[in-house]
Design a protein around this ligand. Structure first.
Ligand code: ADP
Ligand code: MG
Length: 232
């Protein structure tokens, strides 16, 4: 069983990241330029070329959208006191439709009525959407995803546990490197973004995984005391 804390040092420098991005964006662009050239010289029905151009453009859009999350201002500017539990419920509701289609049930267990943290809601939603997406993608046969939340010693612990394919020690090592993916159309950016957001919130993320059995990601965040105005 693997249990390792993600290390910030593992994350690439801005330069390496930019090089990786350039590489990733060049492939879809090359395809589009090629088809445009063909279109100019071809007199045949061109529907198939348009379909490929559209899907390649969507891929660029997807990669750029994922990267935009990284370039958003630091969390301290937009950080607000919030109860993390309703946010988790919102994300679960958001993902339930897709989960049901894949024969996946998302079960939550919160061990307190509320857990207050300081954070930026959209970024934190992105974190749990990314973790749930990965959990779902790890379970092509369906199964159960369990989300637990508790607070202990002024820390919130939120875990996302799946019954999916699990990860090897090598895969856990590679997690957090930009563009590391084992999926045919993965970007390998989701976890890096997740990790960045959690660290910007003063938290941490760890992984425990057993191949063929499943994976648990645990996010920790500093707990704050409940604001006066919120208790009314
Ligand atoms: P992507 O989902 O686009 O591949 P991520 O950064 O979200 O990129 O994840 C990187 C890789 O980490 C995945 O391709 C997969 O190999 C592994 N991974 C992440 N979460 C899980 C999980 N819950 N179960 C198994 N493997 C996972
Ligand atoms: Mg992902």
């Amino acid at each position: 069983e693997e249990d390792r804390l993600m290390q910030s040092e593992k994350l690439s420098t801005a330069g390496q990241l930019a090089a990786g991005i350039a590489h990733e964006i060049r492939n879809p662009l090359t395809a589009i330029f090629g088809f445009l050239k063909l279109l100019r010289t071809s007199s045949q029905n061109n529907d198939q070329y348009f379909a490929i151009m559209e899907s390649e453009l969507k891929r660029i859009e997807f990669i750029v959208n994922e990267l935009l999350v990284l370039s958003k201002p630091q969390v301290s500017h937009a950080s607000k006191p919030m109860d993390i539990l309703p946010l988790l419920d919102q994300v679960i509701t958001l993902m339930n439709g897709q989960a049901a289609l894949k024969n996946i049930e998302i079960v939550s267990a919160f061990s307190e009525p509320s857990i207050w943290i300081a954070g930026e809601a959209n970024q934190l939603k992105q974190v749990f959407i990314n973790l749930l997406k990965n959990a779902m993608e790890a379970m092509p046969q369906g199964g159960i995803i369990r989300i637990h939340a508790l607070s202990r010693n002024n820390e919130a612990f939120i875990s996302v546990q799946d019954e999916g394919c699990g990860m090897t020690a090598e895969q856990i090592q590679a997690l957090g490197k930009p563009f590391f993916t084992t999926k045919e159309s993965g970007t390998g950016l989701g976890f890096m973004i997740t990790h960045n957001i959690i660290h910007n919130h003063g938290g941490n993320i760890s992984v425990q995984s057993v191949p063929q059995e499943g994976t648990t990601f645990t996010v920790t965040l500093p707990v704050i005391s409940e604001p006066e105005a919120a208790s009314s």
